[in-house]
Design a binder for this molecule. Structure first.
Ligand SMILES: [Zn+2]
Ligand SMILES: [Zn+2]
Length: 111
């Protein structure tokens, strides 16, 4: 059950990450992925979005490579007014990084 009176708290607990991680990525458009579910903390519907894109990064030897982001940032982004929430924040607080869909589901790199 959704609980609007739950106070905002950024202390992400392991069960939150585990549950959100278990939601499947859905391919919802060109280069766009989305996962949707009920926030394990406040039980409001939240979502995470991943855009496939190419980024440049440097390895330990200083060489530049291109590739896809391997992690996606997802936070509770429900619209409920959780008490004590900073103005620029959304949701009830928990957040985390999750494996990008290209890593989880085989990926699109044909090398
Ligand atoms: Zn909420
Ligand atoms: Zn929440």
């Amino acid at each position: 059950m959704a609980d609007d009176s739950l106070p905002y708290d950024e202390a992400t607990f392991p069960g939150w990450v585990k549950t959100v991680d278990s939601w499947p990525w859905q391919h919802v458009g060109p280069s766009k992925w989305k996962k949707v579910g009920q926030c394990p903390r406040c039980h409001h519907e939240i979502y995470g979005v991943f855009y496939e894109r190419t980024i440049l990064f440097s390895d330990d030897a200083g060489e530049t490579h291109s590739g896809s982001p391997e992690e996606v940032y997802v936070e509770c982004n429900c619209g409920a007014p959780h008490a004590g929430r900073p103005e620029k924040e959304t949701g009830c607080g928990p957040d985390g990084f999750f494996p990008a869909p290209s890593k989880v589901q085989g990926g699109s790199d044909g090398s």
